[in-house]
Design a binder for this molecule. Structure first.
Ligand SMILES: [Mn+2]
Length: 433
């Protein structure tokens, strides 16, 4: 697991000195936890194997339609984005993948970029196409949709873009394409629903046909925004329809922020998993809509319940044994008020905590209680796991992997943001939304 640290701002010595300083307290916490629970070695191994992909578009501050407030030292190029993800991975040893967005991150030299990523211990997760914006020099507009468009020429342009994204992905060693469409309508009657669906399906079929044999396609759904009356891939039912019609290498992708309020996401996850159509996640958190907040910051119990379903369905273990069947785990968040790198460290840790807690659930006892319709005991079993403080286990997994006991504390101790600002400048703006 240990790979050489390639980040100039953070050295092996920084990590070792930090860990030495925090070791005594960590040991105390870990000893207490291991005396309370069983199977810690198994959980530790699973945590060490567990990797979450970082999106290239979350490394700078995001913004809203009202404005954007860059925090300084944002990556100016794809190389610097890879350096930032390498930094996160060196700190937590669980951010070993990066997900790119085209055309924001077009690699000029695929081989060189792949080598740079490998030097940081990173691989390329899904590549993402973008037909929700018009790019400079683009012949036709996506104002009224892309793959659904009434004009065949617009659909053709959007299909070609997706095929181009696949080619960039192939050059980097990526093995999946995520398609998120903003297509839909803002007013009743604006769109013929069935025609929009059929056009979208036919367009997706052409893209699917262009996938290399071992590639997967992820169809991401979203309930509303930017279209506010209908979305052509609006929920998991529609995404599943497309995925089923496309073929066995097409899957749905669950973005936690893309549901109507109070949707039971864990149930959606369980059923998609049962159907073999759960391709992956975009993790984030929200209170109102697609808020793109730090994972686990608002509804950590929901996150735990989702991981409970993943563990129950064996989704994460089968991926380790058989990478072909692995579920893609990606973060899709955006920050306006936090340092984006600190935010990502928090997000990855929240995911690891939810995973570790889900591994603690006494599944045999839960199954028995379910069969006896003992709702009280079912809740006790789930919440006993959820209320266990597993942070020492997650820290131990980081320590064993060569990372830092307290990644955010070390990030601040070393003054990494200031180093990035010195090198890149205060007024840099990373590509993205
Ligand atoms: Mn997403």
């Amino acid at each position: 697991m240990k790979s050489k640290i390639h980040v100039s701002k953070l050295t092996q010595q920084h990590i070792e000195a930090h860990n030495d300083a925090h070791l005594a307290l960590h040991k105390k916490r870990l000893d207490f936890l291991t005396s309370e629970i069983s199977g810690t070695e198994d959980i530790l191994q699973k945590l060490m194997d567990f990797q979450v992909a970082i999106p290239s578009w979350a490394l700078g501050t995001g913004g809203t339609r009202f404005g954007r407030f860059p925090g300084g030292g944002e990556p100016r190029s794809l190389e610097e984005k890879i350096e930032d993800v390498g930094l996160l991975h060196a700190l937590n040893r669980s951010s070993g993948a990066i997900s790119l967005h085209i055309p924001w991150d077009i690699p000029k030299d695929g081989k060189a970029i792949q080598e740079l990523a490998a030097a940081h211990g990173l691989r390329f997760d899904a590549v993402n196409s973008n037909t929700f914006q018009d790019q400079e020099n683009q012949a036709l507009s996506y104002k009224f949709g892309s793959l659904q468009h009434v004009d065949k020429a617009v659909r053709r342009q959007a299909i070609e873009h997706n095929i181009e994204v696949i080619k960039y992905g192939v050059a980097l060693g990526s093995e999946s394409l995520t398609v998120w469409l903003s297509d839909g309508s803002c007013f009743p009657g604006q769109l013929n629903f069935r025609r929009a669906f059929q056009n979208t399906l036919e367009s997706l079929q052409e893209i699917y046909t262009a996938l290399p044999p071992h590639w997967k396609m992820f169809v991401e759904y979203k309930a509303f925004e930017p279209n506010f009356y209908s979305m052509t891939v609006g929920d998991w039912g529609q995404a599943l329809l497309y995925a089923n019609k496309l073929g066995e290498r097409a899957y749905t992708l669950v973005d936690l922020g893309h549901h109507l309020p109070n949707a039971n996401i864990e149930q959606i996850v369980a059923l998609l998993l049962m159907e073999g159509k759960l391709g992956g996640f975009h993790f984030n958190d929200s209170k109102y809509g697609d808020d793109d907040l730090t994972v686990g910051s608002i509804r950590p119990y929901q996150l735990f319940l989702i991981f409970n379903e993943l563990v129950e369905g064996g989704a994460l273990e089968s991926g380790i044994q058989n990478p072909e069947s692995a579920i893609s785990l990606m973060i899709d968040a955006s920050q306006n008020v936090k340092d984006p790198l600190e935010d990502l460290l928090q997000s990855v840790e929240a995911i690891q905590i939810a995973y570790a807690q889900a591994l603690l659930v006494d599944r045999k006892a839960l199954n028995e209680a379910q069969l006896e319709n003992d709702a009280v005991r079912c809740q006790e079993i789930l919440q006993a796991a959820y209320r266990t403080d597993v942070r020492a286990l997650v820290a131990e997994a980081r320590l064993r992997g060569g990372g830092a006991l307290e990644p955010i504390a070390l990030f601040r101790e070393v003054g990494i943001r200031n180093e990035l600002i010195k090198e890149r400048g205060l007024k840099t703006i990373a590509t993205g939304l």
